[in-house]
Each structure stands twice: as C-alpha cells, then as structure tokens.
Design a protein. Structure first.
Length: 357
C-alpha cells in the first residue's frame, strides 16, 4: 500500500507539475525508428548476403526448354506476325482474338512481354493423358477450347475433350513454307526479323483433327489484307466562268485525275482458327512463361531447402555441443550426401551412441 503525506481540511491543493516531454518523445521515437530500420537492414543482409533475388519470386518471362516445362502464367505469341507482333488473347465474354504486343524490343519476338491480363493464360497439365495435354485458362476463368470444325472460344469453366491441347516443338530444319490450301485465304508471311528464328518455335495441336498422322490440326493465324482507295477532289483557287458553254464539255477524265488525290488505306485482319495444317507457317508460336514456374528452378529450390540445416539440428543429432569446424564439416556432408556417416562418427567419438563401434 502506497504511503501518502498527511493532509488536513482547508489545506490548499498544490497543482501537479506537468513534465513537457514532447521533444524527448520525438527524439526517442526517431531513435527507435532508426534502430528498427538498421536492424531490418542487418537482418536482410544476413539472410541474403549476396544480394541475389530468390528464384521462387522471379516474375521475369522466359522461354521453356521443352514442352513439358510449360506451366503457370503463359503467353502464346504468333511468331509470324509482324508490325505489330500479335499474341493469343481472350476477353471477358470468351471471344478469342489476336492482341498486339506493346512490350517488345525492336520487334524481337523473344523479348515480348504481356501488358494486358487478357494476354495471359494459366497453363496446367491434364493428368492421365498419354500425349501430355495441357489446358489454358483465361483471366476471366474460361478455358480455351476448339470444336471439331476449328472454332476457338474460352467460355467453358470446366475442362473437357475440346479443352485439351498438346504443345509440339517445331523441328529445327523445318522450313514451314506453306502455299495455302487453295481456298483463297492469305497465309501469314514469315517474319523477316533476324532474331525471330533464335527463339524455339512450337505448335499447339487442337481437338479439331485426329491425334495421329496427317489428320492433326493446329492453332493457326490467317491474315486478310484489304486495301481501300478513296479519291478526294482538290479545289482550284482561280475559278472563271465561261459564258454560253455547257458544263459537260469540261468533264474530261484526265482533268478529273489531275484535280483529284488518291489515298489508300490498308486494313489487316487476323483471324484465329484451330484447323491449320502443320505446313502452314501461321501455326508457329513462341511461348513465354514466368521463370519461377520452370521445373528446373523448382528442383533447385527443393534441393537447397533439403540442404539447409541449422546448428541446433546438428547438435541434436550429434547429442552434444559442436565446434565451428564440426558444424562446417556436417553441413558440407549434408550437401555431399555423407551426412549420416559423419553423425555416426561423431557419436562414436563422444561415446553417446551405445550401438556405435
């Protein structure tokens, strides 16, 4: 119980003195903020001394080495479309269309990256398929599908036979010069970019044809070029009137061509279908995926996680306190695969394991 001084009736109450500590509080808070910031920086540098980024959080875009590497966010670039380079995209209504790529360096296809969420598809392997089928899910939740006549869409929220695709690698020596099938459709011209051939080309096999032989059908881009010519007459500054002369005498074709200006408008329309043949260069794709979903990087990450072991775990396994040299030797043995042999040797030397010889 706190002891208070005696007080009598009628004594004047003394006002309590207030301590002005606003400046001291601000200084203490500033010092605490600097200390916590330095502690966080020290902790970050200790955990990552080399300053390198974690591969599991790498959001950069790369190309797959083999078709089975494709997983996670994926971009399907139409390799033979130029000015601009196009990619496969889908809107919120499930319509599949060709979208221009804006993030590209000097028209090099392998440097293209998506700038719109509609250009990104989430690829995942279909379990139980012998040919390694994948499904492509759009940003709005619909799966890319192709029916029996080659019509593409992304309206279904469940996977079926039409939602299965197979990614095939184009052979290196294949020229891919297709002359079309004689139905009047213009085929996409092969890219003239010098670096476009450096990226690995793929084809996306659809469910429009058979799974074997010449009946296979692929995703294809067909371009149609429309040229519209318009004439615009120019007005002359000197306008003279000739009396008693009919207007029809001056309506000559040559004079109309001199006083008119022709303008041509070129419109390019790219249509996407799923019934293209393998010889059509419009079927070639450049696939980009996020680097952190590559199986090789994931295996390296899992290996590093297995190799990590703390000093406390080593001492618990050895049954005693360890020196720095012993900790380094055990960590090296963990990486080399001789971890348990070294643990048994330590136990035998310290005589903590009665079964050790």
């Amino acid at each position: 119980m706190a002891i208070k001084p005696l007080s009598f009736k009628g004594d004047s109450k003394k006002a309590k003195k207030r301590k002005h500590r606003s400046d001291e509080t601000e200084q203490d808070g500033h010092h605490h903020h600097q200390t916590s910031t330095s502690n966080r920086e020290t902790k970050t540098n200790t955990n990552n001394p080399s300053g390198s980024t974690d591969p599991s959080s790498d959001d950069s875009w790369t190309t797959p080495d083999i078709p089975s590497d494709v997983a996670g966010p994926t971009v399907l670039i139409l390799a033979d479309t130029t000015n601009p380079t196009m990619c496969l995209a889908s809107d919120a209504h499930g319509n599949v269309f060709a979208s221009p790529m804006e993030n590209i360096f000097e028209s090099h296809v392998e440097t293209a990256e998506p700038h719109d969420v509609r250009q990104v598809w989430v690829a995942s392997a279909v379990a139980g398929t012998a040919d390694g089928q994948i499904s492509l899910k759009a940003s709005h939740g619909g799966y890319l599908s192709c029916d029996g006549i080659g019509v593409l869409g992304a309206r279904r929220e469940a996977r079926g036979v039409q939602e299965g695709f197979v990614l095939e690698r184009v052979p290196v020596g294949e020229d891919g010069d297709g002359d079309g099938d004689g139905d009047g459709k213009a085929v996409v011209a092969q890219s003239s970019s010098p670096s476009s051939s450096s990226a690995t080309r793929y084809r996306l096999r659809t469910a429009a044809g058979t799974s074997t032989g010449k009946g296979r059908r692929y995703l294809a881009a067909t371009v149609t070029t429309t040229i519209t010519t318009t004439k615009t007459k120019t007005k002359t500054e000197d306008q003279t009137t000739v009396p008693h002369v009919k207007k029809s005498e001056f309506d000559d074709d040559d004079e109309e061509e001199d006083d008119s200006h022709k303008s041509r408008q070129r419109k390019i329309n790219i249509s996407l279908r799923g019934d293209g043949e393998a010889g059509d260069p419009g079927t070639e794709l450049v696939v980009k995926m996020q680097a952190r979903f590559k199986p090789r990087l994931q295996m390296n990450k899992a290996t590093k996680e297995r190799e990590k072991v703390s000093r406390r775990e080593l001492e618990q396994a050895a049954g005693r306190k360890l020196t720095d040299d012993e900790v380094r030797r055990l960590k090296r043995a963990k990486r080399d695969g001789s971890y348990y042999e070294n643990i048994l040797d330590l136990r035998a030397k310290s005589k903590h394991d009665k079964f050790a010889s």
